[in-house]
Ligand binder design. Structure first.
Ligand code: NAI
Ligand code: ISE
Length: 344
């Protein structure tokens, strides 16, 4: 069985996913693309030599009966409308993070999906498929460091564009930690507070950078997460879990250790594309395989997207108020507990 993908958004990650589905993975084929920038869609079809129809918009692409899966890789604020329309048409959806930029938006997707009576959506929280995070989760689950007490994490990008503002740090960047950290320790979030350290000279006027998020869980773990998106020196993801009996740290991305010119050095990556390359491959292969096997995707669900968005809304509020803001979720519908997710 070959799953036929229609891609909405042929920018950076859209092209990455098109390339992996076409040239690296098995069981998927790109049959349609669209982008508000039609030149980008055309160029993508040419670059990857796709046998794909170019549609003027997402609605026309969703209506194509040859499209089984809608791959949503447009800008975050555009996701909700496309995902709801695709789900209402009964199509499978792989949606890059964030599922929607607000909890209310995610809830509309959850409701549309439950109406279809079948799980259709997977969210691109690829860190759950990263070997390092999986090893860290295993160490914690095996009780090798005792009860987790604190987490120190950092998400650093070398630089960002002019349209990346203070809230984007939450909705586009911190959202990865929001998803992966509670999954790591199997706990739910309770509160968040934000501190703005002195601003780097490298950030533009509409972006406060860096930012420090202090997130408490229901179980009492305190997580300290730095987001610094103009750190200049590279793309660097750090995570250290402090437990009662020891400390467990996310492995560094492997790199050759060099002794040269009186220096001992290892390289640091500079792009998310390389840091999580394997994880992206595994998550999309898993999406394809689980649909082929059980008829439903088995990765992060719309409900995971909702949990992340509730937390992200609270983080944005905390940026604005400077206060400790509550994070409160609605009760998980049975629809999302019935499925045994392989990566949960
Ligand atoms: P990008 O700006 O390079 O590409 C987005 C593309 O979507 C652009 O070509 C734009 O013209 C198009 N677009 C926007 N609205 C559209 C609409 N309504 N219909 C059709 N096309 C539309 O952005 P990038 O970096 O590729 O990010 C896309 C999404 O992927 C974002 O949600 C981002 O958060 C996510 N992402 C996830 C990553 C991960 O690590 N999982 C890494 C990078 C991006
Ligand atoms: C980007 O959209 C991603 O998802 C990257 O993984 C993240 O590091 C970056 O900050 C985001 O802008």
């Amino acid at each position: 069985m070959i799953l036929r993908f229609g891609v909405v958004g042929t920018g950076a990650i859209g092209r990455e996913h098109i390339n992996r589905i076409t040239n690296k993975l098995s069981g998927g084929k790109i049959v349609a693309v669209t982008d508000v920038n039609q030149d980008s869609a055309k160029q993508t079809v040419e670059t990857y030599q796709l046998d794909a129809v170019i549609y003027p918009d997402d609605k026309a692409l969703i209506a194509d009966e040859n499209v089984d899966v809608v791959l949503v890789t447009s800008w975050g604020p555009a996701h909700e409308e496309t995902v709801v329309a695709a789900v209402e048409a009964g199509k499978y959806v792989f949606c890059e993070k964030p599922l929607a930029t607000t909890a209310a938006g995610c809830m509309r997707i959850v409701e549309a999906e439950m109406k279809q009576g079948k799980k259709l959506v997977q969210v691109g929280f690829m860190r759950r498929y990263d070997t390092g995070y999986a090893q860290l989760k295993q160490v914690i689950a095996n009780n090798e460091i005792g009860e987790p007490l604190m987490i120190h994490a950092a998400h650093r990008n070398p630089t960002v564009g002019e349209n990346y503002v203070t809230e984007t740090a939450v909705q586009d960047t911190l959202i990865h930690e929001i998803d992966v950290l509670h999954w790591l320790v199997n706990d739910d979030y309770k509160t968040v507070q934000v501190t703005f350290p002195r601003k780097t000279k490298n950030a533009h006027g509409k972006l406060q950078d860096p930012q420090l998020f202090t997130i408490e869980t229901i179980g009492g773990i305190v997580m300290n997460v730095e987001v610094f998106v103009n750190c200049k020196y590279g793309y660097d993801i750090q995570c250290e879990v402090v437990g009662e009996d020891g400390i467990a740290k996310l492995p560094e991305f492997p790199s050759v250790v060099m002794r040269k010119s009186e220096q001992l050095s290892t390289n640091i990556l500079n792009d998310w594309k390389y840091r999580f390359m394997d994880a992206y491959n595994v998550e999309i292969q898993d999406f394809i395989d689980s649909i082929a096997k059980s008829g439903e995707p088995e990765g992060p669900t719309s409900w995971d997207g909702y949990i992340a968005a509730v937390t992200s809304d609270a983080c944005v509020k905390a940026q604005q108020t400077g206060e400790k803001e509550p994070i409160s979720l609605q009760e998980r519908p049975a629809f999302y507990s019935e499925h045994i997710l392989q990566n949960n």
